[in-house]
Design a protein around this ligand. Structure first.
Ligand SMILES: *Cc1c(COP(=O)(O)O)cnc(C)c1O
Length: 495
């Protein structure tokens, strides 16, 4: 049965406030003799005139309340999470052990570098590993998220272009498959964006890039594999066209999974890219911990990297800020160091062969789902994909007016987190599925069974899917109001 059912989500238990009973307590604090004698020990003026309205419950009730809340969260540790473009892979627990080692976890960020040699060695080595993996020789670990990495990487490109060409370059080319953060990054840096249409094969056409490339264009910002899960097969030619007119190539490497150990963006003509440690390198995602979006660049952009830099001198490491061309700091101290320890542990644990195997399994799993699901669902580009596959609701809409949103809600009742929906925006009603390498064939088969069940119902009883989810505590939210007017705390009835 589904995760939700085993987690007890089908029960509407009374909330802790509703269980409250006057005089019930979860703590037994000793009373002092003076208090017992009726002495008022807090100055009169500071005393409450009304009792606080917090719940009065016993210890087991308090414990059950919090444990139940923890189980109502769906996460990578409770179930399959096929969110496309998010690389929700399992977070190995050895990473957590490493990050909790006293010598890392208890460091003071202002400690003198001579006391931080181990941490700085890890930091320096992680930069070297990421340089090796991407084929881009210079790295900063400072940015705290993918979007922050994009901003940093594009700021490095801009600093170089301004130093070389003045401010003549005002535009950036962006394919229509781009992640929403890409145009936002360009806008924040004052660039105008020019959208490029992908071909019927779902990839960039070199002619389209050549037509748009001009002396006032700073470069191109693309994702490879792109957000259709397809490898940009003309990447080298695209890079040559952009470079020939003095532009630079930025690659959004948030989801580097498919290429790990197999291909290096630096060898494809990419000048700068960011990585999401909280995706490809298995550090926690979302509420699980802060992010980290390192940026890797070609040598020509190295002088602009954020300060301070960690430098190695023999077997000693030190920090330097003596970089006159640097764009400055982008984050306090050295970034989210706990995440660097986790990603380092992951890379060291897998090694070269392990990373290659991870990439291959990610691609194999996505293609397995593509081939099994294409019997029932419309696959947008039904040819070998990379780490993710994009479907639509075309067949289900025809059968019973069951749409992408309904399919996603139906999956919740069947114990799965929905895939990414309505993205990429160049595909109407998209369902973007990224299984990642960490899922077994059995899990993928269960997911396919759930999708087939939903497809069956879209013909036999569409209303059952259109009213899903039925099992979780809350059904369909008013998504607009939930964003604009979120209700974040319980209120007593009538309060
Ligand atoms: C996740 C993602 C981002 C943004 O990363 P954040 O850490 O959420 O800022 C950017 N681009 C792509 C392709 C992504 O998948």
């Amino acid at each position: 049965m589904s995760n939700f059912a085993t987690q007890g989500l089908q029960f509407r238990e009374p909330l802790i406030f509703e269980r409250s009973s006057p005089g019930r307590e979860a703590a037994s604090l000793p009373r002092s003799a003076r208090e017992a004698a009726g002495e008022v020990m807090i100055p009169e003026a500071l005393l409450r005139t009304r009792a606080p309205s917090w719940p009065e419950v016993s210890e087991p009730e308090a414990v059950r309340h919090f444990v139940r809340l923890s189980q109502q969260n769906y996460g990578i540790d409770t179930g399959f999470f096929p969110l496309g473009s998010c690389t929700m892979k399992y977070n190995p627990k050895i990473n957590e052990d490493a990050a909790r080692l006293e010598g890392f976890a208890e460091l003071h960020p202002l400690a003198h570098p001579s006391w931080l040699q181990g941490a700085l060695a890890l930091y320096w080595e992680l930069e070297r590993y990421l340089a090796e993996i991407t084929g881009l020789p210079a790295v900063t670990l400072q940015p705290a998220a993918g979007a922050h990495g994009e901003y940093t990487g594009m700021a490095l490109m801009r600093a170089h272009l301004i130093a070389r060409d003045g401010d003549a370059r005002k535009k950036v080319l962006i394919p229509d498959t781009a992640h929403g953060t890409n145009p936002a990054t360009c806008a924040m840096l004052g660039y105008e964006t020019v959208a490029l249409k992908s071909s019927d094969r779902g990839v960039l056409r070199p002619e389209e890039v050549a037509r748009a490339m001009a002396p006032d264009v700073a470069g191109i910002m693309l994702t490879n594999p792109n957000t259709l899960g397809l490898f940009e097969e003309h990447i080298k030619e695209v890079a040559e066209i952009v470079h020939a007119q003095g532009g630079l190539v930025y690659c959004d490497g948030a989801n580097m999974n498919a290429l790990l150990g197999r291909a290096r963006p630096g060898d494809m003509g990419v000048d700068a890219m960011h990585l999401n440690l909280h995706k490809t390198f298995s550090t926690p995602h979302g509420g699980g911990g802060p992010g980290s979006g390192p940026v890797c660049v070609q040598e020509v952009l190295a002088p602009y990297l954020p300060i301070p830099r960690v430098e190695r001198d023999g077997d000693r490491f030190h920090l330097t800020s003596d970089r006159p061309l640097s764009i400055g700091r982008v984050k306090a101290y050295l970034g989210n160091f706990g995440m660097h320890v986790r990603a380092y542990t992951y890379i060291r644990e897998l090694g070269r062969e392990g990373l290659l195997a991870a990439g291959e399994m990610a691609v194999l799993n996505a293609n397995y789902l593509r081939v099994r699901l294409r019997e029932r669902f419309h696959v947008v580009h039904d040819r070998t994909c990379m780490h993710e596959v994009v479907l639509t609701d075309k067949h289900q809409r025809k059968a019973g007016e069951v749409e992408t949103r309904d399919i996603a809600k139906g999956l919740i009742d069947r114990g799965f987190h929905p895939p990414t929906t309505y993205f990429p925006i160049c595909v109407p009603n998209a369902l973007m599925i990224e299984p990642t390498e960490t899922e077994s064939k059995e899990t993928l088969d269960r997911f396919v069974d759930a999708m087939i069940d939903i497809d069956d119902l879209s013909k036999a009883d569409p209303a059952a899917i259109k009213s899903a989810p039925h099992l979780p505590l809350v059904g369909r939210l008013d998504e607009t109001r939930a964003v604009r007017k979120p209700i974040l705390r319980w209120r007593a009835p009538g309060a």
